[in-house]
Design a protein around this ligand. Structure first.
Ligand SMILES: Cc1ncc(COP(=O)(O)O)c(C=O)c1O
Length: 354
C-alpha cells in the first residue's frame, strides 16, 4: 500500500485493461481498474482512498435508496496531440457539484478531494484513456447519502466516489427529440439546476413516450406554461435562427452545462450573435415554417455537440438539414475537439494537464 499525498492507494493485482475492445465500447458499461472513495461522517471528510473498482456493501436502510439524496457530475479526460492526459474545465464540474450539494443539503466537497483526487485517479488509470478518434475517458464523480436510517431528513453520512469509463460517442446518429406538453422535467423553485438523481428518474416516463414515437429523447418545455424550451435530458440546446444562436437562459430549472458555456464563448469568438433568453416552441416552429431555422444542436459532455435532425410532437414534425449541410454545429465541434486535444490554441485556458 502506497500513500500519495493524503490519498491511500491500493492497486489492483488483476487489471482488466487487456480485455477491453477500445474500438467497440458501449457508453457507460466498461469501468476502469480503480475508483476513489471518501466517506463523510461525524461532520468531517475522512481520508480518501484509491482502490480497485468494485461493489459497496449497503444495507436496505441506506437513505439514498429511499429518498434520493444523491448528486453526480460528468466530465472527460482526453489525450492531447503529444499523448499526455488532460482534463477539460474540471473546476466547473467541481463548482457545480458543490452547488448541487448545497441544494440537496449535502456537505461541500473540499477542492483538494475533488480535483487532486481526480487527477491522481486519472494518472493511475491513464492507460484507460482511449486513443481512438471521438473517444475519451468519461469521469463520474458521485456523492450519495449513506446513513442506515429510515426517516425523511438529510443523512449524517455520505460517500463520495469518482470512477471512470472509456467511452465513444453517446449518440451514434443525429438526434431526434420529442416535445411533450404533458410532462415536465423541472419547475421554478425545484431542483432542475442540481445534478441530482431524482431529476433523471423523473424524466424516464416521458422519455419512454419519446422512444415509442421513434425519438431518442425529450425536448423539455417549462413547468409553468409548457411553452418555453428548457433542455434535453442529456444536453443543453441551441437553435440557429436566421444566423443568430438562441439558447434557453439559465433560469434555475435547467442544468448549467459546461459545454453550453464553452459553446457560447466559442460562438462569441466566431462573431456569431448569441441570445440566452426564453425561446418558445412556437417561435421555433415559426422559424421552421419560414425557412429560418438553420440548425438545432445539443451541447453536453457526453453528447459533445450533437446535431438534432428532427423535432416531433403530437402537433407535427420539424425535419432539419443534415450535418453535412450545416456550418455552425460542425465548426463548434471541431473547435472544441481541437482545443481538447491541444491542436487548436486554448485561448480560454480550459485544458488542464493531469
Ligand atoms: C440534463 C442535462 N442537461 C445538460 C447537460 C450538459 O451539461 P455538461 O455540458 O456540463 O455536460 C447534461 C449533461 O451532463 C444533463 O444531464
Amino acid at each position: 500500500m502506497a500513500t500519495v499525498g493524503e490519498i491511500k492507494v491500493t492497486r489492483t493485482t488483476a487489471s482488466r485493461l487487456s480485455e477491453v475492445d477500445f474500438d467497440n465500447i458501449a457508453f457507460g458499461r466498461v469501468f476502469s481498474d480503480h475508483m476513489l472513495v471518501a466517506d463523510y461522517r461525524d461532520g468531517a471528510w475522512q481520508s480518501p482512498e484509491i482502490v480497485p473498482y468494485g461493489a459497496f456493501q449497503l444495507t436496505p436502510a441506506t437513505t439514498t435508496l429511499h429518498y434520493g439524496q444523491s448528486i453526480f457530475e460528468g466530465m472527460k479526460a482526453y489525450r492531447n496531440a503529444d499523448g499526455k492526459p488532460v482534463l477539460f474545465r474540471p473546476r466547473e464540474n467541481f463548482e457545480r457539484m458543490n452547488r448541487s450539494a448545497e441544494r440537496m443539503v449535502m456537505p461541500a466537497i473540499p477542492e483538494s478531494l475533488f480535483l487532486d483526487g481526480l487527477k491522481e485517479l486519472v494518472r493511475i488509470d491513464v492507460d484507460w484513456i482511449p486513443t481512438q478518434e471521438d473517444s475519451s475517458l468519461y469521469i463520474r464523480p458521485l456523492m450519495f447519502a449513506n446513513d442506515d436510517f429510515i426517516g425523511v431528513q438529510p443523512s449524517g453520512a455520505y460517500k463520495f466516489v469518482i470512477f471512470t469509463c472509456p467511452v465513444g460517442n453517446y449518440y451514434s446518429e443525429p438526434v431526434k427529440l420529442w416535445v411533450t406538453r404533458e410532462f415536465i422535467r423541472a419547475a421554478p423553485g425545484g431542483t432542475g439546476e442540481a445534478k441530482t438523481a431524482g431529476n433523471y428518474a423523473a424524466s424516464y416516463y416521458a422519455a419512454e413516450e419519446a422512444k415509442e414515437n421513434g425519438y431518442h429523447n425529450v425536448l423539455w418545455l417549462d413547468g409553468n406554461e409548457h411553452r418555453y424550451v428548457e433542455e434535453c435530458g442529456t444536453m443543453n440546446v441551441f437553435f440557429i435562427i436566421d444566423g443568430v444562436a438562441v439558447t434557453p437562459e439559465l433560469s434555475g430549472t435547467i442544468l448549467r452545462g459546461v459545454t453550453r458555456d464553452s459553446v457560447i464563448k466559442l460562438l462569441d469568438d466566431m462573431d456569431i450573435e448569441v441570445q440566452a433568453r426564453r425561446v418558445s416552441i412556437e417561435e421555433v416552429q415559426k422559424a421552421y415554417d419560414t425557412g429560418k431555422l438553420d440548425e438545432v444542436f445539443g451541447a453536453g459532455t457526453a453528447a459533445t455537440v450533437s446535431p438534432v435532425i428532427e423535432i416531433g410532437s403530437h402537433e407535427g414534425v420539424m425535419r432539419l438539414r443534415p450535418d453535412e449541410e450545416r456550418t455552425v454545429g460542425p465548426a463548434l465541434l471541431k473547435r472544441l475537439t481541437d482545443i481538447r486535444h491541444g491542436v487548436a490554441e486554448d485561448k480560454f485556458g480550459w485544458v488542464v494537464p493531469v
